[in-house]
Design a binder for this molecule. Structure first.
Ligand code: FES
Length: 277
């Protein structure tokens, strides 16, 4: 049975305005979108831009659309869609109204397993982010670990444990285990495969006159994914190129902008959308 949690009186949110609530550490932005024929509709989203976490309640917009105040991406709070990059949807919550009371579906706020957080460096780009681990897990500075990220299994390096944050955060992934001797043996060599994919990609980009520069390349620990890091805009031509490379190689080929760490959930959404094979 759905656990409906009262949020507040509908009169607290005038038509055309928004209100911020916090439930179990999660900030929820509720939008009251006016409708000429009816009293209006209420929509609830997590108040964290799926790109880099900006506060969406501060964004401008019209109707069901809101623009992120940080990089101006446009989202539809009714559908959850990101109109600029569909691979970055909003997290939405179900609402219902009973008389004047607004209620939210509390099933999404079920208590997560208690965990502990570590600061971890990963990828050839040297990104640093927060990862969760089992509550009893103990890692030391510089321990090498296997991570589960939105891109697959990768190797990381522990920097430090973290205090529990006051505001709920979504970790970039999970620490699966410390690197074992067997894992060590299975580490991808980053040799021939990388040289081959990197070279082929650079050649195709040059032949097509694309304004994209491939900066680096790595094969993830799972040996299924090869990531090409690029400088430049997210062009549709890059998606076509990714499809071609995916058909040419036995690995999943993903393009990823150098200045953007992967999103913490969903598919490998930091990429150009070409990473779903
Ligand atoms: S943080 Fe929202 S678009 Fe970048």
């Amino acid at each position: 049975m759905t656990n409906w949690i009262p949020l507040g009186d509908v009169s607290e949110i005038k038509p055309g305005s928004r209100k911020l609530y916090t439930l179990q550490g999660t900030e929820i932005a509720v939008f009251h979108v006016p409708n000429p024929d009816q009293s209006g509709s209420f929509y609830a989203i997590e108040n964290s831009c799926p790109h880099q976490g900006a506060s969406l309640i501060e964004g401008e917009g019209c109707g069901t659309e809101v623009n992120c105040p940080l990089h101006d991406w446009t989202f539809d709070v009714a559908s959850g869609e990101c109109l600029d990059f569909p691979e970055f949807p909003l997290t939405r919550f179900e609402l219902k109204q009973e008389a004047d009371l607004l209620l939210i579906n509390g099933d999404a706020f079920a208590e997560a397993e208690p965990h502990t957080l570590f600061l971890v460096r990963y990828s050839v780009m040297g990104w640093v982010d927060q990862f969760s681990a089992e509550l009893a897990a103990e890692y030391s500075h510089r321990d090498r670990v296997i991570l589960q990220t939105s891109r697959g299994e990768e190797v990381g390096e522990i920097l430090s444990p973290l205090e529990s944050p006051e505001k709920k955060i979504t970790p970039a992934g999970t620490i699966l285990r410390e690197l074992t001797p067997l894992d060590q043996e299975q580490l991808p060599g980053q040799g021939n495969i990388i040289t081959q994919v990197f070279g082929d990609c650079q050649q195709l980009i040059q032949e097509r006159g694309m304004p994209t520069e491939i900066i680096d390349c790595e094969q993830l620990f799972d040996q299924q994914t090869v990531v090409l890091y690029y400088l430049g805009s997210r062009l549709p031509a890059l998606e076509i190129l990714a499809q071609e490379l995916n058909a040419r190689y036995p690995w999943r080929i993903v393009f990823h902008p150098v200045d953007e760490a992967p999103a913490s959930s969903g598919c490998s959404s930091g990429g150009c959308g070409c990473d779903q094979k």
